[in-house]
Ligand binder design. Structure first.
Ligand SMILES: [Zn+2]
Length: 242
């Protein structure tokens, strides 16, 4: 694929175009693994239109790169080796392996470490086990907090709504039309205040569907610290969502 170049002051910005059928209207900016710029465009958009559009908004492209590249470098790459740190409730804990052949294995948070008892410490096996542990912890912790915060929300009528937990790439939580709250498993890696914020936010959606004035009034009442928590999640998402 041929690279094209944009001009921004005395900077040259190279990019590649990828046409993606799922993109229907506007172009998206993404980073390749090596930090270079990838433009994802609708199938029918011509190279010329793409180039013209990008050149017109070149300062935004430069800002995107200035913002996204350092984040990409901060993003942890997990190898699941002894001593590697993983987040739980906003704190980092090193992995400690205890190899016990023949045992089924288990994970526990003990003495400031995530202790992994495994029959073999193959990274893929440890990764899978750790991911199951996170899911289990997430379910336990989220359901407890959902009950506590739900009890403070008069509109839930003392019934905590049904809870689901699953891994998501971009969303921390959602609330379905049927009132089921879904929370991102990765959220259990973030500080307790962030978890409370997302739960409070979704609980408010049971009462107010849209992010209008009434919604924010409700959220302020249920979780006054929401701004700080929201900002933490926004700026650190790339570290937790892996
Ligand atoms: Zn919302």
């Amino acid at each position: 694929m041929k690279n094209k170049t944009l001009k921004y002051n005395d900077q040259l910005i190279e990019y590649q175009v990828q046409h993606r059928p799922s993109v229907t209207r506007r172009i998206h900016l993404e980073l390749n693994k090596d930090g270079s710029l990838r433009i994802v465009a609708p199938r029918r958009m011509s190279r010329r239109t793409i180039h013209r559009t990008l050149q017109q908004r070149v300062s935004r492209v430069a800002h995107f790169l200035a913002d996204a590249r350092p984040r990409m470098r901060e993003r942890p790459v997990h190898r699941y080796v002894s001593g590697e740190e993983h987040f739980f409730l906003g704190q980092k804990y090193p992995l400690e392996f205890i190899q016990e052949p023949g045992r089924r294995g288990s994970i526990s948070l003990i003495d400031g470490q995530i202790r992994v008892i495994v029959p073999n410490s193959r990274p893929e096996a440890v990764g899978k086990r750790l991911s199951r542990w996170y899911r289990h912890q997430a379910l336990l912790y989220f359901s407890t907090r959902l009950e506590v915060i739900g009890a403070a929300a008069s509109w839930t009528k003392d019934h905590a709504p049904p809870l689901r937990v699953r891994k998501m790439k971009r969303t921390w939580g959602s609330c379905s039309a049927r009132g089921v709250i879904t929370l991102n498993t990765h959220l259990v890696k973030t500080p307790a205040a962030c978890i409370d914020y997302v739960i409070a936010h979704e609980l408010c959606h049971l009462q107010e569907l849209n992010h209008g004035k009434d919604f924010y009034a409700l959220q302020e009442q249920l979780f006054p610290g929401w701004r700080k928590a929201k900002n933490h999640l926004k700026t650190r998402a790339h570290i937790y969502l892996v």
